[in-house]
Design a protein around this ligand. Structure first.
Ligand SMILES: [Zn+2]
Length: 81
């Protein structure tokens, strides 16, 4: 199963790679070179179930401290309404 159209803007999806960033507890984990279908209009990335499972696995291993990750700088800010 692979996505054909963007669920947000109906844009065309093209096979490519993206960077997936997620917050695990108090740490930001950034996974690079994730194969994805990327919307050519808005940049939204879609993952196949196989890739989603891989991401889940990486997040789990990272959370359990079983993964050696390169530290990167991160900033957190509140958006003033
Ligand atoms: Zn889109």
């Amino acid at each position: 199963m692979k996505p054909r159209k963007c669920g947000l803007c109906k844009g065309r999806l093209q096979k490519g790679k993206t960077e997936f960033t997620v917050k695990v507890e108090k740490t930001i984990l950034s996974i690079k070179d994730v194969p994805a279908y990327v919307c050519q209009e808005c940049g939204e990335a879609y993952f196949t179930p196989r890739i989603s499972r891989k991401i889940d696995k990486v997040m789990k291993e990272f959370h359990e401290g079983r993964l050696l990750a390169y530290p990167i700088a991160a900033g957190e800010i509140r958006l003033e309404a």
